[in-house]
Design a protein around this ligand. Structure first.
Ligand code: ZN
Length: 159
């Protein structure tokens, strides 16, 4: 006679936060017809449902983590419009023909659709350093602007 023993008290999978458990899914290699498994990059925010179980070229598969948009009014053709600036995402293309892109790299969208692509950690650090220097320069310009405006105002009062 078999006696049903209660299952040991194992924490259910759903208690593990989604972000710490990379998703594994599969697609059909469009070239070979063979199924292929993908394990998402940690923190991947892409909805892969349109690729799961479908015929896809492996080099068209990528994972990334989205950055929150930040915008500024940029004047490109006569009137200011909100453009996305300085969004930075982490991306990986596991079957990219470019070997370097098979490891996670950063992509910075400087301003709407203008990207600095394929940044390894050193590359990203270089961009951050460049922007930090530019910010220091902007702070100096800000202080100078305050002085120049004050002097300019004084001038028009005096005349
Ligand atoms: Zn993914």
């Amino acid at each position: 006679m078999t006696v049903a023993t209660p299952a040991p008290n194992v924490p259910s999978q759903s208690t593990v936060p989604q972000a710490t458990r990379p998703r594994t899914w599969s697609f059909i290699n469009r070239r070979t017809g063979e199924p292929m498994a993908v394990t998402c990059m940690q923190g991947c925010t892409i909805d892969h449902r349109h690729e799961m179980g479908r015929d896809v070229f492996p080099e068209d598969i990528w994972c990334w983590t989205l950055a929150e948009d930040m915008t500024l009014p940029v004047n490109a053709d006569g009137k200011p419009e909100e453009f996305r600036i300085l969004s930075t995402v982490i991306k990986v293309e596991p079957w990219s023909p470019k070997i370097a892109d098979r490891l996670p790299f950063a992509v910075i969208e400087l301003v709407d659709d203008h990207f600095v692509d394929g940044l390894d950690p050193d590359g990203l650090e270089t961009v951050i350093r460049t922007l930090a220097e530019r910010l220091d320069q902007m702070r100096e310009t800000h202080a100078r602007l305050i002085k120049v405006r004050a002097e300019y105002r004084q001038r028009s009062i005096a005349s």
